[in-house]
Design a protein around this ligand. Structure first.
Ligand code: G6P
Ligand code: MG
Length: 221
C-alpha cells in the first residue's frame, strides 16, 4: 500500500498553468517571439529561468542577453503572472482535488507538494489548501528542477518515506519523467500524446479517483 501522495501544483491542483502560459506569451510577444500551446507543453514544470532560455532559443535572431537582462525579463514575466493569480481563491481548486486530499488523509497517508514554482506556497494559501500538506517543496528547496527527480525525492526524504511507496501526480512531461526517475508511481493528467510515459493517465482532474489510483498502483507493484 502506498504511504504518500505528492502533488504538482500548476495544472494539477489549480489551473495556474494557463496563467504561466499567458504571462510568458505576453513577455515573448513584447520581444517579437511567438509561440503556441504545442510549444508551451515544453515549458510546463520547467523553472522560471529555464523557461525563459527555452523561449529566447526559439528565435536565433534574438541577441544574447546578459544574466542581468534575463533576470529583468524573468521578473517582468513574474509580475504579469502575479497580476493573473491575484484573484485566485478556493473556487479555483480543480475538480476532484480536494476530495482526493480528503481520501489521502482518511487513509492516513502523507501529503506533499512537489512544485518548481517560487509562488507555490502563496498559491496554496490562496486556495485554502495549505493545511492538507505535511511538507511543501517549492523552487527554493531544490538545486535541479524537473525532469531531475530532486523535487520529488526531497519531499519523500523529508517525510521519511521510500520512493516506491509514493504516488506523484503531474500534468507536465518533465514532471512525469522526474517521478519515473525517482521510481515513484506516476499519475499523469492530460493526453497520451504529451504524457506517454505516465504509469497511469487520466484526462482531467475529475477522473483522479482515490480507489482507482490505488488499484493501478497495486497492479504495477
Ligand atoms: C511550475 C510551472 C512552470 C513554471 C515554474 C516556475 O513548474 O509548471 O510553468 O515556470 O513552476 O514558476 P515560478 O512561479 O517560480 O515562476
Ligand atoms: Mg504542472
Amino acid at each position: 500500500y502506498p504511504q504518500a501522495f505528492i502533488y504538482d501544483l500548476d495544472g494539477v491542483i489549480t489551473d495556474t498553468a494557463e496563467f504561466h502560459f499567458f504571462a510568458w506569451k505576453k513577455l515573448a510577444e513584447e520581444l517579437g517571439i511567438f509561440f503556441d500551446r504545442q510549444f508551451n507543453e515544453q515549458l510546463k514544470g520547467i523553472s522560471r529561468m529555464d523557461s525563459l532560455d527555452r523561449i529566447l532559443n526559439l528565435d536565433p535572431s534574438i541577441p544574447a542577453f546578459s544574466l542581468e537582462e534575463k533576470e529583468k525579463l524573468a521578473t517582468r514575466k513574474n509580475e504579469y503572472y502575479l497580476e493573473l493569480i491575484e484573484a485566485v481563491d478556493p473556487s479555483h481548486i480543480l475538480p476532484g482535488i480536494e476530495a482526493l486530499l480528503i481520501e489521502n488523509k482518511k487513509a492516513n497517508l502523507k501529503v506533499a507538494l512537489g512544485s518548481a514554482s517560487k509562488n507555490a506556497p502563496a498559491i496554496l494559501d490562496k486556495l485554502g489548501l495549505t493545511g492538507y500538506f505535511d511538507y511543501i517543496v517549492d523552487a527554493s528547496k531544490v538545486k535541479r528542477g524537473k525532469p531531475d527527480p530532486e523535487t520529488f525525492t526531497t519531499a519523500a526524504d523529508a517525510l521519511g518515506i521510500a520512493y516506491w511507496d509514493c504516488i506523484g501526480i503531474e500534468d507536465a512531461a518533465a514532471g512525469i519523467e522526474a517521478l519515473n526517475k525517482a521510481k515513484m508511481f506516476s499519475v499523469g493528467v492530460g493526453d497520451a500524446a504529451h504524457l506517454p510515459h505516465a504509469d497511469y493517465l487520466v484526462g482531467n482532474t475529475s477522473e483522479l479517483v482515490f480507489e482507482k489510483i490505488i488499484e493501478q498502483y497495486q497492479k504495477k507493484s
